[in-house]
Design a protein around this ligand. Structure first.
Ligand code: 13P
Length: 252
């Protein structure tokens, strides 16, 4: 039986003055949802504040990217060890916004996932196709290619210490979620790819869906057999919406 994880990706949003209200509400809500894990992925500059607000609460936290390097002359980068110092449990790697804007390759994303696992952080590894790729019938080929890079680098046994997030690029921030059928098809394909390498790891792997998840579509998505939670962008900035999605996960 896989537990559900509802992770908020704040992206480049928030403020020192405004965050406490949201963090306190999410912490209070997490206490009422013992069967679901809630987590917030905040900008690096808010990790100190997030740690001090959420320490001891039922809500976990993490960052939105990490370096694949351990330490050294890597200007502007943040290491796994630094995130550990901030009490992070999770880190997002390979978000499509970073793949597109920063040219992150499958190999680099896999290296980041590997570094996170080595440092006992749980990477939330994002995969997903563009609209052009979907329309060309390439969806499964694309997500398999992205997954295979991680499988090769991390090794199937240590995939048990990772989380996958299927985020079709065309569904992110558009208000238009993938349909239940589209989501289930890709999640089942990802799980069976991992199961083919190791059945136990595949069966236990948490696979999140991301892309315009909101209270109105959360229950349908969370009820899908291979969906183990959500990676939530916009709706994670509104405490009531984020917690409603958490409640949908608890109900499903
Ligand atoms: P939205 O929920 O705003 O579509 O963002 C999804 C996402 O990219 C989460 O990582």
């Amino acid at each position: 039986m896989r537990n559900k994880l509802i992770a908020g990706n704040w992206k480049m949003q928030g403020s020192l003055a405004g965050n406490p209200v949201l963090l306190n509400s999410v912490a209070a809500g997490a206490a009422t949802l013992p069967t679901v894990t809630l987590a917030v992925m905040v900008p690096f500059t808010y990790l100190v504040q997030t740690q001090s607000r959420l320490a001891g609460s039922a809500c976990a936290w993490g960052a939105q990217d990490v370096s694949e390097e351990a330490a050294g002359a890597f200007t502007g980068e943040i290491s796994v060890a630094m995130l550990q110092e901030m009490g992070c449990r999770y880190v997002i790697v390979g978000h499509s916004e970073r793949r597109a804007r920063h040219g992150e390759t499958d190999a680099q994303v896999a290296a980041k996932a590997h570094a996170a696992v080595e440092g006992a952080l749980t990477p939330i590894i994002c995969l997903g196709e563009t609209l052009a790729q979907r329309e060309a019938g390439e969806t499964l080929a694309v997500v398999h290619r992205q997954l295979d890079a991680v499988l090769q680098r991390v090794g199937v046994h240590r995939m048990a210490q990772t989380v996958l997030a299927y985020e079709p690029v065309w569904a992110i921030g558009t208000g238009k979620s993938a349909t239940a059928e589209q989501v289930q098809e890709v999640h089942a394909a990802l799980r069976s790819r991992v199961s083919n390498a190791d059945w136990v790891v595949g069966a236990g792997l948490q696979i999140l869906y991301g892309g315009s998840v909101k209270p109105s579509n959360a229950l349908e998505l969370m009820r899908l057999p291979d969906v183990d939670g959500a990676l939530v962008g916009g709706a994670s900035l509104v405490a009531d919406d984020f917690l409603d999605i958490g409640r949908a996960a608890a109900t499903a």
